[in-house]
Ligand binder design. Structure first.
Ligand code: AHM
Ligand code: MG
Length: 333
């Protein structure tokens, strides 16, 4: 098999389809390199003194793990000096990170969740990095939070790295979804899956069932029907999987279909769901749509939501088209 590296893939995309401007290509390469470094730290575990919690909390009041902070720093440092970015934002930082004056300012904005699935870090279960790339608004001089508040449909690239038995990078620049596997000996990303497609129908769902007593009626109805199996209204048996790492759950769905849900519930009406729009839901929604799936907040397409806050949360229903349509329909959409 001819090996195609990430660099070669990106250069060919740029040449053949003109879909990736040179600066964006560079940016993606730097993000991919950062994910390689994070993968290395993740892989060291207890041997690298990277496990455990810090005494700090992030802006959402969550205790930061050492690896959350290490991964955030790796991404910031790697992406600061290349000249392709105007600013960055992250789950781990209250507000945006401007590019220091000593470096040139580029035309892109990068948003990321440096280490998603934090509860899995210390137990050696798959975790990941999620990222989203936006274009800075025309004529922007001094970047502000407002410049980041663009609907997900404006993303020019999105992707994630999953740190599991293998480290893989899944990427879209709006022209399908491709997967690269890290060759640990060579240190390079090798294209291993082209044009990933999510089957429209599925018999598998992913949700944290322990929250069921808090769910709103449409979600309760939908899950009850799935659980009723082949004698219920759906007429088939469904299987359940929940890894508690969105990256790993979405990766499974990209590979064999399924529907992933993190709904809003009755616990805290001020927080619509757990997942964050800008650096979790939006990049995943773009990837899923590019692979032929669907992503909604129960009412509308996630990619159409106009963000109002950098760290805004959103209910998420994504994956196989037919199932996302059913559960979205139950919300009256
Ligand atoms: P994190 O960004 O703090 O790691 O939280 C996001 C994660 C997702 O990866 C995952 O789908 C979800 O939280 C799991 O939540 P729960 O522990 O409620 O099942
Ligand atoms: Mg996260």
């Amino acid at each position: 098999m001819k090996r195609i590296s990430l660099t070669q893939y990106l250069v060919e995309e740029q040449r053949l389809h003109n879909s990736i401007p040179a600066e964006l290509r560079l940016l993606i390469e730097v993000v991919a390199r950062s994910c390689k470094t994070i993968s290395h730290s993740v892989g060291k575990g207890a041997l690298g003194d990277v496990l455990g919690a810090l005494e700090t909390e992030n802006v959402q009041g969550e205790v930061q793990k050492k690896l959350d902070v290490i991964s955030n720093e790796i991404l910031l440092e790697a992406n600061e000096w290349g000249g392709h970015l105007a600013a960055m934002a992250s789950e781990e930082m209250e507000t945006i990170h401007r590019i220091p004056n000593r470096y040139p300012m580029g035309e892109y904005l990068l948003v990321f969740d440096p280490l998603d699935g934090s509860s899995n870090i210390d137990v050696n279960v798959s975790i990941g990095t999620i990222f989203s790339v936006l274009k800075a608004p025309e004529g922007m001089k001094d970047p502000s939070e407002q410049d980041f508040l663009q609907p997900g449909s404006k993303q020019v690239a999105a992707g994630y790295a999953v740190y599991g038995p293998q480290t893989q990078l899944v990427l879209t620049t709006g022209n399908g979804v491709n997967c690269f596997t890290l060759d640990r000996e060579m240190g390079s990303w090798v294209l291993t899956q082209r044009g990933m497609q999510i089957p429209a129908a599925t018999k598998e769902f992913a949700i944290n069932m322990s929250n069921s007593r808090h769910w709103h009626p449409p979600v309760k109805r939908y899950i009850d029907e799935l659980l009723a199996g082949d004698t219920g209204p759906r007429g088939k048996n469904f299987n359940m999987r929940w890894i508690a790492s969105m990256v790993a759950d979405v990766h499974r769905i990209l590979n064999r279909g399924g529907v992933f849900m993190y709904p809003a519930d009755s616990r805290d009406p001020s927080q619509p769901g757990k997942l964050r729009l800008m650096y979790e839901a939006n990049p995943m929604a773009l990837i899923v749509e590019q692979a032929g799936g669907a992503a909604t907040d129960g009412k509308q397409r996630i990619l159409d939501i106009q963000p109002t806050k950098l760290h805004q949360r959103v209910p998420v229903f994504l994956g196989s088209r037919d199932e996302v349509a059913v559960v979205t329909g139950y919300h009256g959409a």
